[in-house]
Design a protein around this ligand. Structure first.
Ligand SMILES: Nc1ncnc2c1ncn2[C@@H]1O[C@H](COP(=O)(O)OP(=O)(O)OP(=O)(O)O)[C@@H](O)[C@H]1O
Ligand SMILES: [Zn+2]
Length: 699
C-alpha cells in the first residue's frame, strides 16, 4: 500500500473513575506506545493522542458514594493517570481530558451538525425512573438480573458476567442503584443515531475480505475485531440513543433538552478530535489538526481493548460518516483482555496491579513491566499476568540475555582495549562474522514487519533475537580465550559485538525506552537523532570512540519480591471476602441454662507453644488454667505463630472430653472468634490481668 503522509494514533481514553492497571497497559497503551515510538524512529509524521474520559454514569455514582462532586472524582484520577503514564514513558503528544472546554465545544458542534442535518431520530420512549430520587435511571443507575445468564447485579447497559449488551427494560427485577427502589416507567424524549441506516456503508467498509492491495478499503483487520464486527452486522443494527437524562456531561445543545447530556460513548471518541485540536491550539496553529483528521493521506489507527470494538468500528465511524469531512480508521488493532493470577482484573474488586503503585514499588523497573506486558500481551486471546512469570522473564530474558550480552561486550572492551572501540584488525571480518552481521538487517526487517502488522509480541521476540545473536557470537568466538593468542582477532570480535550493541540500542527503543537511554549513555552515543534505519549501520561507533562504564541494565528479581506482591494480592482477596461475607445464620436449637452452666470456661494463660510436626494448622500449647497446667492442641497455626501465642490470655473450655490429635492428648479447647471470611482471633477478657487472672470463671 502507498505510504501515508502522516499517522494519527489514538489510544482508548481511560475512564477517570480509577487509576490505570496492567490490563489497560497490556491491552492498549504499551502496544500503542511501541507503535508510535517505532514510527517516530522511522522519521514519520505521527501524533499519539489520548486523554481521560470524564463523563458518564459510573463517575456520578462514585462521587455520590464518596460524598464528593463528579468533578472531584475526575480531577483526582485524571491527575493520577496522567502522572503515571508520564513516569512510565508512554509518549503521548497530548494527554487531554473530556471535561475540557475545547472538548465541550467540539462535541457540541458535532452533535449540532448531525442534528441540523436531520441525522438523528427524535423519540419519546418509556424509561425507568426512580420515584424516590425523582430522576431517570440511565445505564448503571439501574441494576437487576441478567436476562441472558441470570446472574445478579447486571447493569442497565451491560452484564459484566456474560458480557451481553443490555437495555434497562430487559433486566429482570430491576432496582435503582441510587435508592434501591423499584423503578417505574416514565416517558422521556431522546435522540437516537439510526445505526441501521449505516449498515450498508459499514458492511462495505468493514466486511470487505481484502486489504487495500486487493482493492479493499483498508488494511486487513485482526480476526477478533473483524469477527466481532461481523457478528454485530449480521445481528442487525438498531438505532442507539446518544443522549441521557443526567446532570453530568455535555448538555445536549438543542432547545428543549434541559436536564439531558450527550451519552458518554457519543462524546468520548470525539475526545480524540478535541485533543488533537487542543494540541495545535497550544502551538498557536489552530487549524493544524485538520490534515490529521481530514486528509485522505493520513493513516488513522485506534488502539483499544476488545470491549470498545463496537464503539470504534461501528458507532464512531457512523458518526464520522454522518458528519462528513473526516477520514475513517485504517485499522483498529484491538486486543483481548489480560487477567491477573487467573482472575479477571477488576477496579471495583481492587484486583489489579496499579501502575502508580508499581512505579513506586519498582523504581527504575519501568521497562521490566513494559517488557513483560508486551511479551505476554493478549493479542489473539485473553492472557494471564502472574508475578512468577514477571520474575522469570526478567531473570531469564532481560538479565540473562539482553543485560548479559551488553555487559560482556562493554566489560571486555574495557578490559582489553581501555574502553575504546577497537578497529577491525588482522585478517578482517571472517565469513562467520559476516554471517552474523547479515542477521542484523534480517532481524530489523522482521521487527518492522511485525510492528506494522500489530504483532508486538513477535516484534519483541525479534528484538531479543538481536541480543541472542550477540550472545551466540561471543560464545562461539570466545574472545576471552583468543586474547591469549591473537589480540587482533579479539579487536575484530569486539568491534562486531559493539556494532550489534548499537543496533540493539536503537531496536530496543520502542519497547524499552528507558533501557535505550541508559544504553546510549553507556555507549556515549547521542540521545537524539538515532534513526531506526541506523540499525545495522557499521559507522556509528568509529574505532577509537571512547565508551562509558558498563552499568547493569537489569537486575535479578528475588523470590521475596514476588512473594511480597503475592501476599498483597492474597490480602486483597481476604479483604474482598470479608467485605462480601455475611454472618453465619443463627443456630436453630436452643440450649437450657443448665447445659450452658455445665461448661467450665476459664481464663487461662499460654505459657509455651510449639508447632505440631508435620501439620500446617496445629499448635501444641501449654496452658495455665489456674486449676492446673495442661496441654491443648489448637488448629490456629495458620493465624498465629508460637511466639505470638506465648503469654496471651485466652479462654479455655476446661471440661471438654480429652481427644488425641497427632498422638498428643488435647485437654480442652481454646475459644476463638471466627470471622465470616474464616479468620481466627483470640477471645480474652478486657482489662488488667489482675481483674481476671488465670482460673477466673467465665459464665
Ligand atoms: N484487563 C484488560 N485487558 C486489556 N485491555 C483492557 C483491560 N481492561 C481495560 N482494557 C482496555 O483499556 C482501555 C481503557 O479502559 P477503561 O478506562 O474504559 O476501563 P474499563 O474497561 O472500564 O476497565 P476497568 O473496569 O478495569 O476499570 C479500554 O480500551 C479497555 O478495553
Ligand atoms: Zn449476563
Amino acid at each position: 500500500m502507498k505510504q501515508p503522509k502522516r499517522y494519527l494514533v489514538t489510544s482508548a481514553l481511560p475512564y477517570a473513575n480509577g487509576p490505570v492497571h496492567i490490563g489497560h497497559l497490556a491491552g492498549v497503551y504499551v502496544p500503542s506506545d511501541i507503535y508510535v515510538r517505532y514510527l517516530r524512529g522511522r522519521g514519520a509524521d505521527v501524533l499519539s493522542i489520548c486523554g481521560s474520559d470524564e463523563h458518564g454514569v459510573p463517575i456520578t455514582i462514585k462521587a455520590k458514594k464518596e460524598g464528593v462532586t463528579p468533578q472531584d472524582v475526575v480531577d483526582k484520577y485524571h491527575g493520577i493517570i496522567k502522572d503515571a503514564f508520564e513516569r512510565f514513558g508512554i509518549s503521548f503528544d497530548i494527554y487531554s481530558r473530556t471535561s475540557s472546554e475545547m472538548h465541550a465545544r467540539t462535541a457540541s458542534d458535532f452533535f449540532r451538525k448531525l442534528y441540523e442535518q436531520g441525522d438523528f431520530i427524535e423519540q419519546t420512549t418509556e424509561q425507568y425512573y426512580d420515584p424516590e430520587a425523582r430522576q431517570f435511571l440511565a445505564d448503571r443507575y439501574i441494576t437487576g438480573t441478567c436476562p441472558k445468564c441470570h446472574s445478579e447485579g447486571a447493569y442497565g447497559d451491560q452484564c459484566e458476567k456474560c458480557g451481553s449488551t443490555l437495555s434497562p427494560t430487559e433486566l429482570i427485577d430491576p432496582k435503582s442503584a441510587i435508592t434501591g427502589a423499584t423503578p417505574v416507567l416514565k416517558e422521556t424524549r431522546h435522540w437516537f443515531l439510526p445505526l441501521d441506516r449505516y449498515e450498508t456503508f459499514l458492511r462495505e467498509w468493514i466486511l470487505r475480505e481484502h486489504g487495500p492491495e486487493n482493492g479493499g478499503t483498508h488494511e486487513v483487520w485482526k480476526s477478533n475485531v473483524y469477527g466481532q464486527c461481523k457478528s454485530w452486522l449480521d445481528g442487525g443494527l438498531l438505532p442507539r440513543a446518544v443522549s441521557r437524562d443526567l446532570d453530568w456531561g455535555i448538555p445536549v445543545p438543542v432547545e428543549g433538552a434541559e436536564g439531558k447530556v450527550l451519552y458518554v460513548w457519543f462524546d468520548a471518541p470525539i475526545g480524540y478530535i478535541s485533543a488533537t485540536k487542543e494540541l495545535f491550539a497550544g502551538k498557536g496553529d489552530p487549524e493544524g489538526w485538520r490534515p490529521y483528521w481530514q486528509d485522505g493521506d493520513t493513516k488513522l489507527v485506534h488502539f483499544i481493548g476488545k470491549d470498545n470494538i463496537v464503539f470504534h468500528c461501528i458507532v464512531f465511524p457512523s458518526m464520522l460518516k454522518a458528519h462528513g469531512g473526516f477520514i475513517l480508521p485504517e485499522n483498529v488493532p484491538a486486543n483481548e483482555f489480560l487477567n491477573l493470577e487467573n482472575d479477571k482484573i477488576s477496579t471495583s474488586r481492587n484486583w489489579a496491579v496499579w501502575l502508580h503503585e508499581y512505579l513506586d514499588e519498582f523504581p527504575g523497573k519501568e521497562d521490566v513491566l513494559r517488557y513483560v506486558l508486551c511479551a505476554n500481551a493478549p493479542e489473539t486471546k485473553d492472557n494471564d499476568f502472574t508475578w512468577r512469570d514477571f520474575q522469570a522473564r526478567n531473570n531469564n530474558e532481560l538479565v540473562a540475555i539482553f543485560g548479559n550480552f551488553v555487559n560482556r561486550a562493554l566489560v571486555l572492551t574495557h578490559k582489553y582495549f581501555e574502553g575504546r572501540v577497537p578497529a577491525i584488525a588482522g585478517a578482517g571480518l571472517t565469513d562467520y562474522d559476516r554471517e552474523i552481521l547479515e542477521e542484523i538487517p534480517r532481524i530489523k526487517a522482521a521487527i518492522e514487519q511485525n510492528i506494522e502488522n500489530y504483532r508486538f509480541r513477535e516484534a519483541l521476540k525479534e528484538m531479543m533475537n538481536l541480543a541472542r545473536l550477540g550472545n551466540k557470537y561471543l560464545a562461539d568466538t570466545e574472545p576471552w580465550k583468543t586474547v591469549k593468542t591473537d589480540e587482533s582477532r579479539v579487536a575484530t570480535i569486539l568491534n562486531v559485538s559493539l556494532q550489534i550493541t548499537v543496533s540493539l540500542a536503537i531496536a530496543c527503543e520502542p519497547f524499552l525506552p528507558f533501557t535505550a537511554v541508559k544504553l546510549r549513555g553507556m555507549l556515549r552515543l547521542p540521545q537524539t537523532g538515532m534513526q531506526w534505519d541506523n540499525i545495522g549501520c557499521m559507522t556509528l561507533l568509529e574505532p577509537g570512540h571512547e565508551l562509558g562504564q558498563a552499568e547493569l541494565l537489569f537486575e535479578k528479581i528475588e523470590d521475596s519480591t514476588v512473594e511480597a506482591q503475592l501476599k498483597k494480592l492474597e490480602d486483597t482477596k481476604a479483604a474482598n471476602a470479608a467485605a462480601n461475607a455475611t454472618a453465619a445464620p443463627a443456630k436453630e436449637n436452643t440450649v437450657q441454662f443448665d447445659d450452658f452452666a455445665a461448661m467450665d470456661i476459664r481464663v487461662s494463660r499460654v505459657v509455651a507453644a510449639e508447632p505440631v510436626p508435620k501439620t500446617k494448622k496445629l499448635l501444641k500449647l501449654t496452658v495455665d488454667t489456674g486449676i492446673d497446667t495442661r496441654t491443648i492442641v489448637s488448629g490456629i497455626a495458620e493465624y498465629f505463630t508460637p511466639e505470638q501465642m506465648v503469654g496471651k490470655r485466652v479462654l479455655v473450655l476446661a471440661n471438654l472430653a480429652p481427644r488425641t490429635l497427632k498422638g498428643i492428648e488435647s485437654q480442652g479447647m481454646i475459644l476463638m472468634a471466627e470471622s465470616p471470611a474464616g479468620k481466627l482471633s483470640v477471645v480474652a477478657p478486657e482489662g488488667e490481668e489482675a481483674d481476671a487472672p488465670a482460673g477466673s470463671v467465665v459464665g
